[in-house]
Design a protein around this ligand. Sequence first.
Ligand SMILES: Nc1ccn([C@@H]2O[C@H](COP(=O)(O)OP(=O)(O)OP(=O)(O)O)[C@@H](O)[C@H]2O)c(=O)n1
Ligand SMILES: C[C@](O)(CO)[C@H](O)COP(=O)(O)O
Length: 226
Amino acid sequence: MIWAVLPAAGRGQRFGGDTPKQYLRIAGKPLIEHALTALLAHPRVAGAMVALSAGDELWPGWSELLGKPVLRCTGGNERADSVLAALRALPAQVGDDALVLVHDAARPNLRGEDIGRLIAAAEAAPDGAILGAPLRDTLKRAGRGRIVGTEPREGLWRAFTPQAFRRGALTATLAEAARAGVAVTDEASAMERSGVQPWLVEGREDNLKVTTPADLALAEYLIGRH
Ligand SMILES: Nc1ccn([C@@H]2O[C@H](COP(=O)(O)OP(=O)(O)OP(=O)(O)O)[C@@H](O)[C@H]2O)c(=O)n1
Ligand SMILES: C[C@](O)(CO)[C@H](O)COP(=O)(O)O
């Protein structure tokens, strides 16, 4: 049984505006609904747990999407807190050994073939797996707006989501990072702290995270090409 976990409790400060970006519409649906639909459309995904800001509720019609349950919990101050809350709120029948796919609600352009390849990799390896892509640009280190160095990019990848791990192991490593006061920006970072080396699955580069208004326009274009 595979469940999706969607952190969707952010405030979108880098995006700006009054509406948290996960509720902004492209192609007639809010970003979060595109992400939910992509995940629940995969036959191996049984349901979703969404971490929302306190006071936010699932929109009408979301409690069951594509005939599958969508549950909500209240997220936390940081993305990692929201993911941990969602993992802890999953139904009891989702055991510690169950695979969970953690996906940003702000990544609407997720494709089924990427989900399938990620599941295959994560099920074949105890260390889990994440979607990503190798860096293809030269990396510069900035100092007061000027180049102060060029960073080697060999072997560097951009991490995307979903990130796929077993519920029990991911819950424990996120809780340990929180106890240690270590800020982790993705699930793999928490798992790496425990010594595992998750697999990298090269995914589509158009699986972009909507962070700024320019990203929203690009995401709308990409969704329109489905
Ligand atoms: N406390 C938080 C912060 C973020 N997120 C979610 O994590 C995903 C990726 O985070 P990001 O793009 O940083 O979203 P925001 O935190 O809203 O953006 P910003 O940092 O610009 O405020 C988003 O779906 C966001 O809703 C969350 O569930 N809980
Ligand atoms: C999880 C993530 O999308 C992987 O690249 C990224 O770390 C989220 O970062 P954010 O600053 O919380 O958007």
